[in-house]
Design a protein around this ligand. Structure first.
Ligand SMILES: *Cc1c(COP(=O)(O)O)cnc(C)c1O
Length: 421
């Protein structure tokens, strides 16, 4: 459920008409709903009630400072995958002890940054990383709390670009080698083993792969404890999918997920961490765009809008579907007609939807892409010298620009001319 609904025939974000935001900031833009962000965080938090836990929002999904602050104030920790994200989390007021550091390529500088600023744990992804982490911590005279990310070799049955739990993926160490690698960690200076980490992919629409993976983690917990390691925390990753198509069957709910986690892992007495990104931010955001032209082609028509692949790359990159709805609710009985919805970028890949049934639209009309709050603004670029589009946060009947559109001068002046020119 989200807070983007039609009222009196026009689309609202909470209590603010989308058309009012469009008039104030211009199109295209992203708009996020505070109530939806809070609600999705709470769903996860409540799903794990009765078990010691921390929901660490995977901030790569949407790392705007205002979004982070909204979630941090609700009680969220953060899952970061770079020094930049670590800095953003700290800047939003998240204490180090609520930040977990994931990612396969942590540099010495990033490790030192987190050790200096405070960190809940590093999720270590390889032996070379473990060696560097040990060396940096030892040089600094501190101890780095770690989990080791194990790759359980399960098929998450999701898009190949966002599957991470098969043995051919670059993530984690093979679960079969876990005992050996935990023994190495225990022997290294500067490290303190606190648990196990697993993350099998993104946009999972079935709980079965999770359960397979968590059963393996449960078994590994017992084995590692028997080996003498202190396994007191289980980081179970993120990845719960969202319904990008309203017409499709719904993915599992956080409450179903939480019940499964407790059933499979509850007996171990571990603190549970989860790292949802998409399910918290995805349906909490829209991208709003204006129709520039309606073009009649041979055998098909095109809706050319002012949003493009540089603003929202998911359709071009993952063949992703976004529901696209008119901001003015179509009158009852209006027959939708198939149309291709495309942006202005000079690439055929700049196509959001092919032969999508839409009500008749004209130049100047607004459309909203649903489920655009995660992996939207954070993946945007200025390709074709199109300015990064603004982000707006709604809270009840208020709204605020939380990242402004740059001016063209700002964009151009980021380049510098060498003295020989
Ligand atoms: C991307 C990622 C997540 C979040 O995945 P979602 O599908 O957005 O929930 C969590 N943990 C790690 C390690 C990730 O890389």
């Amino acid at each position: 459920m989200d807070h983007f609904l039609y009222r009196d025939g026009t689309l609202y974000a909470e209590d603010v008409p989308i058309s009012e935001i469009a008039a104030a900031v211009g199109t295209p833009f992203y708009v996020y709903s505070t109530a939806t962000l809070q609600r999705h965080f709470r769903l996860f938090d409540e799903a794990l009630e009765g078990t010691e836990h921390l929901v660490c929002y995977a901030m790569k999904a949407n790392s705007n400072q205002a979004v982070l602050k909204t979630l941090a104030q609700a009680g969220a920790g953060m899952d970061v995958v770079s020094g930049g994200e670590y800095r953003r989390a700290r800047a939003a007021g998240v204490p180090g002890e609520k930040i977990v550091f994931s990612g396969v390529g942590k540099t010495r500088e990033e490790i030192a940054l987190a050790l200096t600023g405070g960190i809940r744990q590093f999720n270590v992804e390889s032996e070379p990383e473990m060696a560097v982490l040990s060396a940096v911590a030892d040089e600094m005279g501190v101890t780095a709390p770690i989990t080791i990310r194990v790759n359980p070799d399960v098929d998450a049955k999701t898009h190949a670009k966002i599957a991470t739990g098969k043995s051919e993926n670059k993530f984690g160490i093979p679960i079969a080698r876990a005992r050996e690698v935990y023994a190495m960690a225990a022997a290294l200076p500067g490290l303190e083993i606190v648990g196990i980490d697993v993350h099998i992919g993104s946009q999972l629409t079935d709980l079965a792969p999770y359960e397979q993976a968590y059963l393996k983690v449960a078994e590994l917990t017992e084995t590692l404890r028997a080996d003498g390691h202190s396994i007191r925390r289980l980081d179970l990753g993120g990845g719960l999918g969202i319904p990008y198509e309203r017409s499709n069957t719904d993915p599992p709910l956080p409450s179903d997920y939480g019940a499964m986690v407790k059933r499979v892992l509850g007996h171990l007495g571990c603190e549970i961490e989860i790292e949802p990104g998409r399910l918290i931010a995805g349906n909490a955001g829209l991208m709003v765009s204006e129709v520039i032209y309606v073009k009649s082609g041979e055998g098909r028509d095109f809706l050319i809008i002012d949003g493009a692949m540089n603003d929202l790359i998911r359709p071009a990159m993952y063949e992703a579907h976004h529901d696209i709805v008119p901001v003015i609710e179509p009158a009852v009985g209006v027959e939708p007609q198939p149309i291709d919805i495309v942006g202005p970028v000079c690439e055929s890949g700049d196509t959001f939807a092919k032969q999508r049934p839409m009500p008749p639209l004209n130049a100047g009309d607004l459309v909203a892409f649903r489920s655009a709050g995660a992996y939207g603004a954070v993946m945007a670029s200025e390709y074709n010298s199109r300015p990064m589009i603004p982000e707006v946060l709604v809270h009840g009947d208020q709204f605020a620009v939380i990242r402004a559109r740059p001016t063209f001068d700002e964009m151009i002046n980021r380049d510098t001319i060498p003295e020989w020119l």
